[in-house]
Design a protein around this ligand. Structure first.
Ligand SMILES: [Zn+2]
Length: 132
């Protein structure tokens, strides 16, 4: 139970960091926006609790617990299934399977996407404002 509570706190922390980074646009503190949205997106992609959902030999999604939207379970092939989907050795759909499988994952995916867009926007703005 304690592990479940801690994992849930990590997901909430990821959501909170992305929301704070959105609110910081009012102050236009680009360094802080970029840092917080990057940290929140990373937490959701690599540490927030999730289910594995890698395709099994029975062609069904794996139901084991995993860390993050991109993480796999304790089975080594499942851990690499998503990354190999991202880098072209497996179908791209393998990288994103299960991201919308339940309400918790849908909210994590939505907040992660918002955080990623926020990271790109603030990183771009930071780059162009720091040019001579
Ligand atoms: Zn798995």
């Amino acid at each position: 139970m304690a592990g479940k509570k801690r994992n849930s706190r990590i997901e909430h922390l990821g959501h909170l960091l992305v929301l704070i980074s959105l609110a910081l646009w009012l102050r236009q503190d680009l360094i802080l926006i970029t840092s917080l949205s990057g940290a929140g997106t990373s937490l959701l992609l690599f540490w927030a609790p999730s289910t594995c959902s890698a395709p099994t030999q029975k062609k069904e999604p794996c139901r084991n617990n995993s860390k993050g939207l991109l993480g796999g379970c304790h089975i080594t092939q499942h851990r690499w299934a998503r990354y190999s989907g991202l880098f072209g050795t497996e179908p791209v759909s393998d990288a994103f399977t299960g991201w919308f499988s339940n309400a918790q994952r849908k909210s994590a995916t939505a907040v992660m996407a918002i955080g990623f867009l926020n990271l790109v926007a603030s990183g771009g703005a930071l780059t162009f404002t720091s040019l001579p």
